[in-house]
Design a protein around this ligand. Structure first.
Ligand code: HEM
Length: 488
C-alpha cells in the first residue's frame, strides 16, 4: 500500500511537518510557511464555546423499537407500528460543572435523545430526575449562576447553592431527590431517564392527551455513596465516559424501556395539583406507566467533537403527533436551546451529520433558509429562495403538528393557575417517607454536609424551614445534623 500524503487544508502536499521554514539554518521563521501558519491558526480555533449548562457529556448511537401499540394516543409515525425501529442518538451529561469537571459528582444527569424519524428529528431533552428545581424559566439563569463556579473563587460555593434554594421553596422536592442515593449515579448506564415535563400527544382523530416519559434502565439503577463518588471523581474524572464507551465497544449494549403516563386532556384543569408543574410527579396510582418501546445504544461516535460536542438537542424539535404542554418551564426551553445552538454552533448546525434530519424523504431539510456561516447545502440553479413561488418548491401542509391549547384570561406575569393541592412541599415529604431508614440517614447526612458550610444563619434557617414543611421528622433530623456539624 502506498503511503498517504499529508496535505495542507487546500490539498497541496506538505514537504516538511517536522521543521518550520526559516531564513537560513539558524534564522527567523518565514511568513511564507503556509503549512506552519495554517497549522497554528487552526489549532487556535479548535475550541468552540462549551454548553452553558450540561457541558460535560458522552454520546452514543442506537435505535428505538416500538414494543406496544400507542396509536390511540399519538399519530407520531415513528411510534405508529409495533416492531418499527428508528435510529437515535443519545447524549448524557452532568449539569453544573464546566468541561474540566468530573463525572462522578452529585448533580442531575442530562438524558437527551434524538430520534431520526421519517417526519423529522424529534428531540426529547430530559434528565435522570422526574422533576426540576424551579417552575418558571425566568429563574433559570439565576439558578444556574448559583450552582456553577463562583466568579471570584472559581468553584461551586455552598453559600450560593443554598442561598438560591432558600429563596426557592419549590426546589425542596428536587433537592431531596438530589441529596438522596440517586444523586450520584454509578454510571450513565445505571440510571433512568425522564422527559420530566408534561408533553402533549395528539392522535389521528385530533384528540389530545398529556404525557410524561419514563426511560427505565434495563441495567438496574446503581448509585454511589458520597464517599465512593468523591474517591472515583478524584481517581478517574472520566468514569462515566469510559464506562459507556467500553461497554458498547465490548458489545454490552445498554438499553432502556420507555413508558409513558397518559392523562386525558380534559383531566388537566381539575387535577388536584397543576399537572404542568415541573416540580411535581404524577402518582402512578392516578396515571399508571404504559410501556411503549425499547431504546438500545449500540454504536460509539468516531469523533467526540464532531458528533457529541457539536450535537444540538432542542425541546422544540417536535414531529406530527407530539407537541408542547403549557408547562412554563418547557415554554421557556422552546426558545433557549435553538438560540444557544445558533450562538454555540452557528445557524447552519442542522447541516452537521449528527444534527441533520437524515431520515426524512430527500435526506435533508427542505425550506427557504439560506446562506450564513458554514452553509454547505448547495441550493441554487432552479431552486427558488422564496415562497410562494411558481416553481414547484416545498409548500406548507396546513396541518398543525399537535392539537391547539385552549387559553383564557389576560396577558401578564401570573403565577400558575391554582389547583387544590399546589403546595411546594408535600411531594418532598412523600419522597422522604418512601425511603428506608438507611436512605433517610444518608440523605440527612448529605444535606447537612452541604448546608452546614453556609456562612449565613438566616440562609440556613430558611432552608431548614423547607425540610420541616416537607415532613416533621425530616426537618428535625436535618436541623439536628446541621447544628451538630456547626457546633463541632
Ligand atoms: C442544555 C437551557 C431546563 C435538560 C441546555 C442548554 C441551555 C439550556 C441553554 C445548552 C444547550 C446547548 O448549548 O446545546 C435551559 C433552560 C431551562 C432548562 C433555559 C429552563 C427554563 C432544563 C430541564 C431539563 C434540561 C428542565 C430536563 C428536564 C438539558 C439537557 C441539556 C441541556 C439534557 C444538554 C443537551 C445536550 O446533551 O446537548 N439547557 N434548560 N434543561 N438542558 Fe436545559
Amino acid at each position: 500500500m502506498s503511503q498517504r500524503v499529508l496535505t495542507t487544508e487546500s490539498g497541496a502536499p506538505v514537504a516538511d511537518n517536522q521543521n518550520s521554514a526559516s531564513a537560513g539554518v539558524g534564522g527567523p521563521l518565514l511568513l511564507q510557511d503556509q503549512h506552519l501558519l495554517e497549522k497554528l491558526a487552526r489549532f487556535n480555533r479548535e475550541r468552540i464555546p462549551e454548553r452553558v449548562v450540561h457541558a460535560r457529556g458522552s454520546g452514543a448511537y442506537g435505535y428505538f423499537e416500538v414494543t406496544d401499540d400507542v396509536t390511540a394516543y399519538t399519530s407520531a409515525d415513528f411510534l405508529g407500528e409495533v416492531g418499527k425501529r428508528t435510529e437515535t442518538f443519545l447524549r448524557f451529561s452532568t449539569v453544573a460543572d464546566s468541561l474540566g469537571g468530573a463525572d462522578a459528582v452529585r448533580d442531575p444527569r442530562g438524558f437527551a435523545v434524538k430520534f431520526y424519524t421519517e417526519e423529522g428529528n424529534y428531540d426529547l431533552v430530559g434528565n435522570n430526575t422526574p422533576v426540576f428545581f424551579i417552575k418558571d424559566p425566568i429563574k433559570f439563569p439565576d439558578f444556574i449562576h448559583s450552582q456553577k463556579r463562583d466568579p471570584f473563587t472559581g468553584k461551586q460555593e455552598p453559600d450560593n447553592v443554598w442561598d438560591f434554594w432558600a429563596h426557592a421553596p419549590e426546589a425542596t422536592h428536587q433537592v431531596t431527590w438530589l441529596m438522596g442515593d440517586r444523586g450520584i449515579p454509578a454510571s450513565y448506564r445505571h440510571m433512568n431517564g425522564y422527559g420530566s415535563h408534561t408533553y402533549q400527544w395528539t392522535n389521528a382523530e385530533g384528540e389530545a392527551f398529556f404525557v410524561k416519559y419514563h426511560f427505565k434502565t434495563n441495567q438496574g439503577v446503581r448509585c454511589l455513596s458520597a464517599e465512593q463518588g468523591a474517591e472515583l471523581a478524584g481517581k478517574d474524572a472520566n468514569s462515566h465516559q469510559t464506562d459507556l464507551l467500553q461497554a458498547i465497544e465490548r458489545g454490552v449494549n445498554p438499553s432502556w424501556t420507555l413508558h409513558v403516563q397518559v392523562m386525558p386532556a380534559a383531566d388537566a384543569a381539575d387535577y388536584r395539583f397543576n399537572p404542568f408543574d415541573l416540580t411535581k410527579v404524577w402518582p402512578h396510582s392516578d396515571y399508571p406507566l404504559r410501556r411503549v418501546g425499547r431504546l438500545v445504544l449500540d454504536r460509539n461516535p468516531d469523533n467526540i467533537f464532531a458528533e457529541v460536542e457539536q450535537a444540538a438537542f432542542s425541546p422544540n424539535n417536535f414531529v406530527p403527533g407530539i407537541g408542547p404542554s403549557p408547562d412554563k418551564m418547557l415554554q421557556g426551553r422552546l426558545f433557549a436551546y435553538a438560540d444557544a445552538h445558533r450562538y454555540r454552533l452557528g445557524v447552519n448546525h442542522t447541516q452537521l451529520a449528527v444534527n441533520a434530519p437524515k431520515a426524512v424523504p430527500g435526506g435533508s431539510a427542505d425550506n427557504y433558509g439560506r446562506d450564513g456561516l458554514m452553509a454547505s447545502n448547495a441550493y441554487g440553479r432552479d431552486r427558488r429562495n422564496y415562497e410562494p413561488n411558481s416553481y414547484d418548491g416545498p409548500t406548507e401542509t396546513g396541518k398543525p403538528l399537535s392539537a391547539p391549547l385552549a387559553v383564557t384570561g389576560h396577558t401578564g406575569t401570573h403565577e400558575a393557575p391554582a389547583h387544590t393541592k399546589d403546595d411546594d412541599f408535600f411531594q418532598a415529604g412523600e419522597l422522604y417517607r418512601l425511603m428506608s431508614a438507611e436512605e433517610k440517614s444518608r440523605l440527612v447526612a448529605n444535606i447537612a454536609g452541604g448546608l452546614s458550610q453556609v456562612s449565613r444563619d438566616d440562609v440556613i434557617e430558611k432552608n431548614l424551614a423547607h425540610f420541616h414543611a416537607a415532613d416533621a421528622d425530616y426537618g428535625k433530623r436535618v436541623e439536628a445534623a446541621v447544628r451538630a456539624l456547626r457546633d463541632d
